[in-house]
Design a protein around this ligand. Structure first.
Ligand code: SAH
Length: 213
């Protein structure tokens, strides 16, 4: 599969749709216009790549909807060289967006099949996260903490304490919280013990699961 002018045109249209839906961060929009999302899907689904929809990627998982990726990325307020922890590598598309924002990305996936597949895909594409980890996002990544930002891309039934604990002062945790439906929630660490919490609209994610397989 390759990337063509036709794909680029479709990405520009997708970015326009995201602007209409309220995305304003130009760097995030630039990531949407640049990253070949169709290559993150199986080739037979290429036609769906530039619609603003989530899509199955195998192993009962989905690539998040472009609007959701853009919305979460915007809430994270990534600056170049920020250290960002991502929970739920999935297809790697959100990872690629974070890399485009020049973050140092640590990404965790609990589905072994998907973990292996996406790791190979990163190599093939020349995407370079700092670390790809097969493990459980509920415990975060103590060895690399604290982080400037943590983004959870699966629906969390509750906010795992280790994720709050692994934020720098001023750091941001973006996490969809809920069971059937999730409220996009932002935590900003104000001090050692204080967190500011803000809630945004409701979203639908595949569940954040606690055991590995
Ligand atoms: N960021 C991904 C979204 C994938 S969907 C993308 O852009 O494609 C959510 C992913 O979270 C799934 O791949 C799922 O396997 C993973 N996941 C679920 N629970 C997890 C956990 N406890 N730790 C790490 N990953 C988890």
């Amino acid at each position: 599969m390759k990337d063509t002018l036709k794909h680029k045109g479709m990405r520009n249209k997708l970015a326009e749709i995201l602007v209409e839906k309220g995305i304003v961060n130009s760097k995030v929009l630039d990531a949407i216009k640049t990253i070949p999302r169709h290559l993150f899907l199986d080739s037979s689904f290429e036609d769906h790549a530039y619609q603003d929809k989530a899509f199955p990627i195998g192993a009962e998982q989905t690539i998040s909807q472009p609007f959701t990726v853009a919305f979460q990325s915007e809430l994270l307020q990534v600056k170049p060289h920020d250290e960002i922890l991502e929970i739920g590598t999935g297809s790697g598309y959100q990872t690629a967006v974070l890399l485009h924002l020049k973050a140092k990305v640590f990404t965790i996936e609990r589905q072994q099949e998907l973990f292996k597949k996406t790791k190979l895909f990163f190599t093939k594409m020349g995407y370079r996260p700092k670390k790809t980890i097969f493990g459980d996002g509920y415990i975060g990544l103590e060895s690399e903490a604290p982080f400037d930002g943590i983004i959870v891309t699966a629906g969390a039934p509750y906010v795992p304490n280790p994720l709050l604990a692994q934020l720098k002062i001023g750091g941001r945790l973006v996490i969809p919280v809920g069971i059937d439906e999730q409220i996009m929630t932002l935590f900003i660490r104000k001090s050692e013990l204080e967190f500011e919490k803000k809630e945004f609209g409701s979203f639908r994610f595949v569940p954040m699961l606690e055991d590995k397989n």
